[in-house]
Design a protein around this ligand. Structure first.
Ligand SMILES: C[S@@+](CC[C@H](N)C(=O)[O-])C[C@H]1O[C@@H](n2cnc3c(N)ncnc32)[C@H](O)[C@@H]1O
Length: 322
């Protein structure tokens, strides 16, 4: 990206994307905070969380929708050749898709490359762009599969329809598929332990309140992941979806679910702090001290296996008619 400074002097906007600020022991992208884009840290701890989440989600995605040999994209995209990952994070998915078949073309776009792994196969290209602005692509309608995973914290509410229209009109070939994957951020229990989840419930309430309470359009995010399905329909996609209840903790009896739940417990313990602290505190929904206390109590609730906690993972596919 290139742009001009207020003094009229040409500056490379990419330089601005490099600057980080430290806040409460975590590193954030300065550019993102100033414009209320990605309000989560972009440091090594967050990269580690995303990497672990990436791996246990691959363990989770089984069945006929997910080819056993890679579990990177659904069987419906088996004939895909050109892949676009919007909000690549660590870039691990791009690297794995690129390595899976070196004839593939993989493009990743993110506002920051701070968490990106260094080693990428030559068929992977990572670019910096703000997805809250019009999508810029060098080749129009040249992708078969577009991935949007866990980006809802950085996409403004008012941008969603435009982003999905851009994917439909500019990114995908006819017959191509966009896939969104998001946690619904509600801690659920089917046991009698409802009452013991009060801190987790309060965490969700504060976080979702914070997501929508910005003075700026760009700062206001969706807090109902179900909205994405409606936005896809409005953008003329043929929509299908799947909701997976993902355990949190080692409470399930079967070995596979127990292993996933154990890894997800670690993931959720970290996520409570990572995605919410800056947005809740900077928007004055709660003081830092009180929010830290709440997170500690919520983590204790998270570790209560008797509650048999789980969270819903929403996967939505949109197909552009052939
Ligand atoms: C929670 S991470 C998920 C990363 C990756 N998709 C994954 O599943 O591991 C969200 C990523 O989306 C990026 N992101 C969020 N909002 C964005 C925006 N408006 N423009 C570009 N990138 C954005 C963040 O910088 C971050 O790398």
């Amino acid at each position: 990206m290139a742009g001009s400074s207020q003094q009229g002097e040409l500056v490379d906007v990419e330089d601005k994307l490099v600057e980080v600020v430290e806040w409460e022991g975590r590193e954030y992208q300065k550019y993102s905070l100033a414009r209320e884009i990605n309000l989560s840290p972009c440091d090594q701890d967050e990269a580690d969380r995303l990497e672990k989440q990436h791996f246990f989600l691959k363990d989770l995605l089984t069945g006929e929708e997910w080819p056993r040999n890679h579990r990177l994209f659904p069987a419906a995209a088996t004939h895909a050749h050109d892949f676009l990952d919007l909000g690549f994070g660590t870039g691990l998915w791009c690297a794995e898709v690129g390595s899976y078949d070196t004839r593939f073309r993989v493009v990743g776009i993110d506002i920051t490359s701070h968490m990106a792994i260094d080693d990428n196969p030559p068929n992977v290209e990572l670019e910096l762009q703000n997805l809250n602005e019009e999508l810029m692509l060098s080749d129009l309608n040249s992708f078969d599969f577009v991935r949007l995973s866990f980006v809802s914290g950085g996409i403004s509410r008012q941008r969603w329809p435009g982003l999905l229209s851009d994917i439909f009109n500019k990114a995908l070939r006819p017959g191509g598929i966009v896939q969104s994957m998001e946690w619904d951020l509600h801690f659920r229990s089917d046991s009698d332990a409802e009452a013991s989840l009060s801190n987790l419930r309060e965490w969700t309430r504060l976080y979702t309140t914070a997501l929508s309470s910005s003075e700026r359009h760009e700062g206001r995010k969706i807090h109902r992941v179900e909205d994405i399905e409606d936005f896809m329909r409005a953008a003329r996609f043929e929509v299908s979806s799947k909701v997976i209840d993902v355990p949190i903790g080692g409470w399930p009896n079967d070995r596979r679910s127990k292993a996933i739940g154990t890894k997800n417990f670690e993931n959720m313990s970290s996520l409570l702090e990572t995605i919410a602290t800056y947005v809740v505190v900077s928007r004055r929904i709660c003081s830092l001290e009180d929010f830290k206390d709440l997170i500690e109590n919520a983590k204790t609730e998270l570790g209560n296996d008797e509650a048999e906690l789980y969270m819903r993972l929403h996967i939505v596919w949109g197909k552009k008619a052939a």
